[in-house]
Ligand binder design. Structure first.
Ligand code: SF4
Length: 200
């Protein structure tokens, strides 16, 4: 079972294959891996002890960040993300911790969980994917319907109160005018905007 895996200069954490979206472009539809070596499909979800044991075999000084991002939405297990992040910050205070997310955690838990990220998460990167709710739902097929889009924007605004860096991101295959609309949306939310490379 692959719990932690290396990608670029960061160490990624794979804790669930579940997701509240079923994106048409999800890399899981095409590959078993994102780094060419580690299969990210899980037979079962790792326990907190198994995740800690997996971290202990790594030298965290070799990485510029730990990133919760697996073959699924890490915030489906927000309690596990929070407990592991607390443990990492206690034992490795200098390590940067990021969550790559679809931004639907507050809808999943039906409450605002962003205060729990304070002091333990350095960056939340939310996939915006589209310039409006209708297009988002067409692409991402959220179990929350078109409300997922307003929900993720609200999550970004709320997370900004507790997390030093909040990012709304899109991929570089969108049309320039669509990217500009997304940039404006991120500005209106008061968060950073990033155009990231599309992984085929
Ligand atoms: S939110 Fe991410 S993990 Fe979930 S279906 Fe979309 S691309 Fe895949």
């Amino acid at each position: 079972m692959t719990i932690t895996y290396e990608l670029g200069s960061s160490l990624y954490v794979n804790i669930t294959n579940r997701c509240s979206n079923a994106c048409t472009f999800c890399v899981r539809n095409k590959h078993d891996t994102v780094n060419g070596k580690d299969n990210l499909w899980l037979d079962r979800e790792p326990t907190i002890d198994e995740i800690k044991t997996d971290f202990k075999r790594r030298d965290l000084s070799e990485y510029d960040a730990v990133v919760f991002c697996g073959y699924g939405e890490p915030m489906m297990r927000a309690d596990v993300v929070i407990e592991i992040a607390k443990w990492l910050k206690k034992n490795h205070p200098d390590i940067k911790i990021r969550i790559n997310t679809n931004g639907q955690a507050n809808m999943i838990y039906k409450k605002d969980i962003t205060p729990q990220l304070e002091g333990i998460i350095d960056c939340v990167s939310i996939s915006l994917n589209a310039e409006n709710a209708e297009k988002y739902q067409k692409l991402c097929k959220s179990e929350f319907g078109e409300e997922a889009y307003t929900g993720l924007l609200e999550f970004a605004r709320l997370a900004k109160r507790h997390v030093p860096e909040v990012v709304l991101s899109v991929v570089d295959i969108m049309k320039p005018e669509e990217i500009e609309q997304c940039r404006k949306i991120a500005e209106d939310c008061g968060v950073t905007f990033r155009v990231r490379e599309f992984i085929k």
